[in-house]
Design a protein around this ligand. Structure first.
Ligand code: ADP
Ligand code: MG
Length: 874
């Protein structure tokens, strides 16, 4: 349908809608007919795909070869056990992956934007997938276009359509019909397309196509085939995996040769080689990684941080600078007007009720506050920018009726607010003068029916630039009086016009006065700032607000003790290196524009900082993309900023960023813990295999026993360890350098001593029984059981690398405790149950012997705790 050649009225009648929107009944009927307004998702993995992935993993393939080999060689018992182990590993993997997928899908569905619509004459917010053809949608700067729309109203509306046309410059839109049926997409100036972004102005459109019927839907196949890339951490882990695989091959060849040289059967040695190889690779790692990341994202969500990209989670752990907005993030965004000022006076709003005693200029200022305003108040509920809501509330306290103001002075043109200009202007026609404004009309002879009133509000600096003549220093000192107290100050100006101008400008205005409002700091932000400082993270405040306001709030929060603030104007002429120099001393940046934010991020990154940066406006998108962690505001943020961000704060709260950083650190910690645990344990097992022949003993562990131990550790204990809670000191140490190897920071050393300790203890016990009671004794079962117990105590000792087990709390990781119980039972079952004995080549151990093994292995835990007491990391 060529909607663009029709007039708005024709479009509405064709699609059977009105400017007031559809009735609820009609919406439901159309939802049934058209379905969800969403692109068909191809991203989510099906359980079958997950199963296939698991089955085709290298580890499983090796095991299948081992099982086949055993069967061919006539050892059916081994083959059965290996198959059982495969089934167990694969089910565990599928289960974990599936849970992770579900968690990620849930996160994705949360990222759906709410759209402002008009239905049955009421404006309401609707999730984008619930839109239907005929819906009336209201859009403003920063919104994502949620469906294909035909415009019925447009005010300086500019849209960026790069997603569709490749053109990155914003296009101006209008509602007029176009006389060219075959106009290209890019030339249909009265259409808005799904997936494009409003960068300026506002507009109203009627939905003409939804879901896969949209232009974006037609090309959706192309977009969706982009494969999800691996995160840097996944890449680093892959690398570690490859190194370990190399080590595994080397050791298994070595063990195979030693065995053959000692005269073992070829079959046994081949199987041993395979099981050693399997043991050396931490095959639990990919599963633990996916699960830790996905569950980590869920935990972050509980703390109100929605992660949009999994890469974000790992980067969060190494964040070293957090650049935060002031308004709404560090402060509550609950604005209340406190003072009205002009050059003569500074009135406390509470003391001036009723309003009629105000001087005419202050009354006109209140009129400006009411009209040059995009917020709405209906009874108790309000919508819009908190600054503007506060202004409306101030006007209401004076007993004026907003409705009569809006109908007496309709808005005929406007220049929307933007954070570069830091002001906004509206033009109103005076159609009538409500009774309560008669005193005002008497004071201003130009205030007459038929005339026009142009109103501007914004920062004092931006209005002074646009004022025809104003005593600048006096206004500035009035402004300072309130800004110095940490209040947000807005200035108001006006101009009478006899006729509506062709194009609206903001020049030659008369200043009316100032209104100041408080926006108290968030109490939890102060604590979060302290946490940052203790964690070696630098908090920086970047705001569009006045330097005095900014510095006052920053000092209240403890971000800085200094008064000095760098302003956007001072920053502008600085060279890159000068800016980097300034960044060493300044914590507060005021009156900055989004462009400056981008420069600040780049300068910090040039100093090798990992930067988190917040933003809410459409112009913040470049800075959010440039930052290592772009953080958008869930409540006040624009869709465009959310789209560009790695993380969305659902509560707009600074403290949430810090909480997310903590979660990021926990995840990284737990992955390292898992690797340490797994690699050290495997080293212990391989060590036994290597040392036994040197002592003149036969093969230390049967291949099946090796595979079994590997299952217990990597599959069960390691998984439990991955769910460990935060270490107490986690926010009291500096961030991990991003280029530090995952095996770095003393980890290799810790792995080596732990692995050797395990080998020493198990080998010692096995050899002792062998020497005492001869080759017929159950020395192999002793070794086998000792290794299983060793890993239990190892896991307990490694729960925290610095804190003692009793400080962490023995029961604080119930999953791990459960896993330990399962491992104990399984191991005892394998040793004592006769029918399992034959599969696992085991013999029953006497109770004293079992207890000896248990107590000697408890040494591992004791030594670990002892080292911690000496201040060493385990
Ligand atoms: P921040 O969010 O860091 O406080 P903004 O970019 O939102 O900074 O605002 C910068 C300045 O622009 C404010 O200090 C104020 O003077 C002015 N301003 C903010 N909101 C509005 C608005 N809705 N209309 C006019 N001026 C505004
Ligand atoms: Mg703001």
């Amino acid at each position: 349908m060529p909607w663009h050649i029709l007039s708005p009225e024709e479009v509405l009648s064709k699609i059977q809608s009105t400017p007031q929107g559809l009735s609820q009944h009609e919406v439901e009927a159309r939802q049934k007919e058209h379905g969800e307004n969403a692109l068909v998702e191809k991203g989510v993995k099906s359980p079958w795909a997950i199963l296939w992935e698991q089955l085709s993993s290298i580890m499983v393939l090796i095991l299948v070869v081992a099982a086949g080999l055993s069967a061919v060689l006539g050892d059916y018992q081994d083959a059965v056990v290996i198959l059982a182990i495969i089934v167990f590993f694969v089910s565990l993997g599928v289960f974990q992956e599936y849970q992770a997928e579900q968690a990620i899908a849930a996160l994705k569905s949360l990222a759906v934007p709410d759209i402002k619509t008009r239905r049955a004459g009421q404006s309401q917010k609707v999730p984008a997938p619930r839109l239907v053809p005929g819906d009336i949608v209201l859009l403003e700067a920063g919104d994502q276009v949620p469906a294909d729309l035909r415009l019925i109203e447009a005010h300086h509306l500019k849209v960026e359509e790069a997603a569709l046309t490749g053109e990155s410059h914003a296009v101006e839109k209008s509602s007029a019909a176009i006389d060219d049926k075959s106009a290209a997409l890019a030339e249909r100036y009265n259409m808005l397309y799904m997936g494009t972004q409003v960068t300026y102005g506002r507009g109203v459109g009627v939905v003409v196509d939804t879901g896969m019927n949209t232009e974006l839907g037609h090309i959706a196949d192309m977009i969706q085939n982009v494969e999800e890339r691996k995160t840097p951490l996944q890449n680093r882990l892959d690398h570690v995996g490859k190194v370990l695989a190399g080590v595994a091959v080397a050791f298994s060849t070595l063990i195979c040769m030693i065995g053959l040289w000692r005269g073992e059967a070829l079959k046994t040695m081949l199987l041993s080689a395979i099981s050693v190889a399997v043991a050396a690779v931490p095959e639990g790692l990919p599963a633990v990684l996916t699960v830790t990341l996905a569950f980590g994202a869920q935990r972050m969500l509980k703390r109100h941080a929605l992660v949009r990209k999994l890469t974000g989670i790992e980067t969060l752990g190494s964040v070293s600078v957090i650049c935060s907005d002031k308004t709404g993030t560090l402060t509550q965004n609950k604005m209340t007007v406190t003072h009205l000022l002009d050059l003569e006076q500074c009135l406390n709003l509470d003391s001036v009720k009723p309003l009629n005693r105000l001087s005419p200029n202050l009354q006109l200022m209140l009129l400006c506050a009411a009209l040059c305003n995009d917020a709405e108040i209906h009874g108790e509920t309000s919508q819009g920018d908190p600054t503007e809501i506060a202004l409306l509330q101030a006007v209401l306290t004076q007993g004026w009726s907003l409705e009569s103001l809006l109908s007496a002075f309709p808005r005929v043109n406007e220049l929307p607010f933007d954070s570069e200009r830091k002001c906004m202007t509206t033009l109103h026609q005076i159609t009538s003068i409500p009774d309560f404004l008669t005193p005002l009309a008497e004071a201003y002879p130009e205030f007459q029916e038929g005339a026009y009133l142009r109103l501007t509000k914004g920062s004092i600096d931006s209005l002074l630039v646009r004022a025809s003549e104003a005593p600048e220093t006096q206004w500035q000192s009035q402004n300072k009086a309130r800004a110095g107290e940490g209040e947000r100050v807005l200035a108001f100006g006006y101009r009478w016009l006899e006729q509506a101008p062709e194009t609206i400008d903001e020049d030659q205005l008369q200043l009316l006065g100032l209104m100041s409002m408080i926006d108290p700091p968030r109490p939890e932000a102060k604590e979060a700032v302290q946490t940052c400082l203790a964690a070696g993270i630098r908090p920086i405040m970047i705001t569009g607000d006045h330097p005095l306001t900014a510095s006052n709030i920053a000092r209240q929060l403890g971000i800085t003790q200094e008064e000095h603030v760098l302003t956007g104007r001072e920053l502008e002429p600085l060279s890159e290196s000068q800016l980097q120099e300034k960044l060493k001393t300044y914590q507060v940046f005021a009156r900055v524009s989004p462009e400056h934010k981008l420069r600040i991020v780049k300068a910090l990154q040039a100093q090798h900082k990992i930067v988190a940066m917040t933003g809410d406006g459409v112009n913040d998108a470049p800075a959010l993309k440039q930052a290592d962690i772009g953080v958008a505001m869930g409540i006040t943020g624009t869709d465009v900023s959310k789209e560009a961000a790695d993380m969305v704060l659902q509560d707009d709260n600074f403290a949430t960023i810090v909480a997310a950083v903590e979660e990021g650190r926990i995840i990284y910690d737990n992955l390292r813990k898992f690797i340490k645990f797994s690699v050290a344990g495997n080293m212990g097992k391989i060590g036994v295999m290597l040392v036994a022949p040197l002592l003149g003993m036969p093969l230390a562990l049967a291949p099946i026993q090796m595979l079994w131990l590997n299952l217990l550790t990597d599959g069960l204990l390691g998984f439990g360890l991955g769910l460990e809670k935060a270490e107490g000191q986690i926010m009291q140490r500096p961030p991990t350098p991003p280029d530090e190897s995952i095996l770095g920071n003393g980890m290799t050393r810790q792995i080596l001593w732990m692995g050797s300790l395990i080998t020493l203890i198990s080998m010692g016990l096995g050899a002792w029984v062998w020497i005492q009671e001869g080759p017929e004794a159950p020395w192999q079962s002793v070794l086998f059981t000792s290794l299983a117990f060793a890993q239990i105590f190892q896991a307990l000792g490694m729960r925290s690398s610095r804190e003692h087990l009793w400080e962490v709390g023995l029961t604080s990781n119930p999953t791990l405790l459960g896993m330990i119980g399962v491992v104990l039972l399984l191991q005892l079952g394998v040793i004592y149950l006769p029918f399992l004995q034959q599969y696992f080549h085991t013999q029953a151990l006497s109770l004293p012997l079992l207890l000896t093994i248990f107590s000697v292995n408890a040494l591992i835990l004791c030594i670990a705790e002892g080292l911690k007491a000496l201040g060493k990391e385990v």
